[in-house]
Design a protein around this ligand. Structure first.
Ligand code: 4AD
Ligand code: MG
Length: 465
């Protein structure tokens, strides 16, 4: 091999015209190989783009023996002349001069042979599915969205605030936490009353994986002004649905001096920014996913960024649902926690736009939300999206110590003194929300199942890889 600096497939295709006529060095995995006894064509992919680079092997220069292990899934290193392509489907191709095979992939054993494996099958081999076109596209879009999120907040002067993953409090109060313990489950230490003695546990008390970084985020916001978290979140709810994961990533901005309207403005601007970013930076991947899975995807994405979201109180939403004449699987009445079918009716059929539903009954929302003057509803906001349902949940927070304390007592929550100090000392109006990262990736990729937008999904009865 000559001493030529390696280029990625993305670079070569992007600068094909300038590079044509020069020698290139490229490395990657073989997607397919076809041809005849004179010439063989290899589609090479290195993950830098959905597009493959065509490598042409002239069989007067390479023997069958040399090419034998160049099969689907094998990894190779090629040097050759970049030339304008005569064939259809690519502008440039490499006329191979040197070949090195790094790793073979026995065609009898490599699971990704055929085109068009089902997504269910690929879920069973999630350790290999990043090598498929579909998952390559999804994972590049996922990366772009993560980057867009940091960029959006950084450009706005928000600080990335790291909240703990191990916690002793339950933010959402839903009781869906995974416990963290080093106690010997076969031989638990007991208190005199016969209960588990957590004072003997690692942290000297019961601890769990976090369901949300919000409570700690509020401590950040009431010091730094505007913060956001972006990290893994764990929920042990037994929801075997295409929209729930047991381990997912959440983005939680929290802003001092923001009221609910400011919070809604930020949520709308934020989510539109992320979708726009993907449209601008992931055009090839989105086009691939649209072609193979969801023809309406680009249109749906553009529609969301171009239209104002509807803002509607929960009470109005329930009235629309009651008057719809629609037979829902779950009954709808004031006070009910809306099901996905209700949310999607409002978004997909009634308004045909994303909806921000506000002012929910306090009984169905978390303890920290600000009570409205009616004494019945809280200043909550859920952003509802086509195909997804709830993508964001947030609220203005109760900043009044007495009201917050009363709600905490009513619900019998304990161990909240540290949180209440934000209301004891220099309390301010503040607001925030949580965006489920995988639900955003689901929306932007047009995939149907949330298990297909995270590299290694965790859900009930599944903890592979
Ligand atoms: O509505 P949630 O439960 O809100 C909170 O956790 C607040 N503490 C957020 C805040 O105000 N800072 O969750 C927020 C979002 C949901 O709208 C949804 O998109 C996502 O997190 N989410 C899930 N995503 C995947 N799998 C699950 N099991 C999820 N549960 C919630
Ligand atoms: Mg919610």
């Amino acid at each position: 091999m000559k001493d030529i600096k390696r280029k990625t497939v993305a670079d070569i295709l992007r600068h094909g015209e300038e590079l044509a006529g020069s020698e290139v060095d490229v490395k990657g995995w073989v997607r397919t190989r076809r041809g005849n006894k004179n010439v063989q064509f290899v589609a090479l992919n290195d993950g830098s783009t959905i597009n493959n680079l065509q490598i042409v092997f002239d069989l007067s220069a390479f023997s069958d023996e040399q090419l034998r292990s160049v099969t689907t899934g094998s990894s190779i290193h090629v040097q050759g002349l970049l030339v304008a392509s005569q064939g259809k489907g690519q502008t440039v191709e490499v006329q191979a001069r040197e070949l090195q095979v790094y790793g073979t992939a026995n065609p009898e054993k490599y699971p990704l042979q055929k085109k068009g494996h089902s997504l269910e099958f690929l879920r069973e081999i999630a350790h290999l599915r990043p090598r498929t076109n579909t998952f390559g596209a999804v994972l590049r879009i996922r990366h772009a969205l993560a980057f867009a999120i940091h960029k959006f907040f950084n450009d706005k002067g928000f600080y990335y605030f790291h909240t703990p993953l191990i916690t002793a409090s339950d933010c959402e109060g839903a009781g869906a936490q995974f416990q963290v313990t080093t106690l010997d489950l076969e031989n638990l230490p007991k208190t005199e009353e016969g209960k588990t003695d957590y004072s003997a546990d690692f942290f000297g008390k019961m601890a769990s994986l976090t369901v949300s970084g919000q409570l700690e985020g509020e401590l950040g916001a009431t010091a730094l002004g505007c913060i956001y978290t972006f990290g893994p979140t764990f929920r042990a709810e037994n929801s075997n649905t295409p929209r729930h994961l047991s381990e997912f990533w959440m983005i939680e901005p929290e802003m001092a001096f923001y009221e609910i309207a400011d919070n809604m403005d930020l949520a709308e601007e934020f989510i539109k920014y992320c979708i726009n970013y993907a449209l601008e930076h992931c055009a090839d991947d989105i086009a691939f996913l649209a072609e193979h899975f969801d023809k309406e995807l680009p249109e749906r994405l553009r529609f969301v960024v171009e239209n104002d979201f509807v803002r509607l109180p929960y009470t109005e939403g329930v009235r629309i649902l009651e008057e719809s004449g629609r037979k829902f699987e779950f009954p709808v009445y004031w006070g009910v926690d809306l099901a996905s079918e209700h949310e999607r009716y409002l978004v997909e059929e009634h308004f045909r736009k994303p909806v921000i539903l506000t002012d929910y009954p306090k009984e169905i929302k978390a303890f920290y939300m600000k009570l409205n003057d009616d004494g019945k509803t809280v200043r909550a906001m859920d952003v509802l999206f086509p195909k997804i349902g709830e993508i964001i949940g947030g609220s203005q927070r109760e900043e009044d110590l007495d009201k917050l304390q009363a709600r905490i007592d009513e619900l019998g929550l304990t161990g909240m003194e540290w949180y209440l100090d934000t209301r004891r000392f220099g309390s301010v109006p503040h607001s925030g929300f949580g965006l489920g990262f995988e639900r955003l990736v689901l929306f932007v990729t047009g995939m149907q199942n949330i298990r297909d937008v995270i590299p290694f999904p965790r859900f009930p009865n599944n903890c592979e890889f």
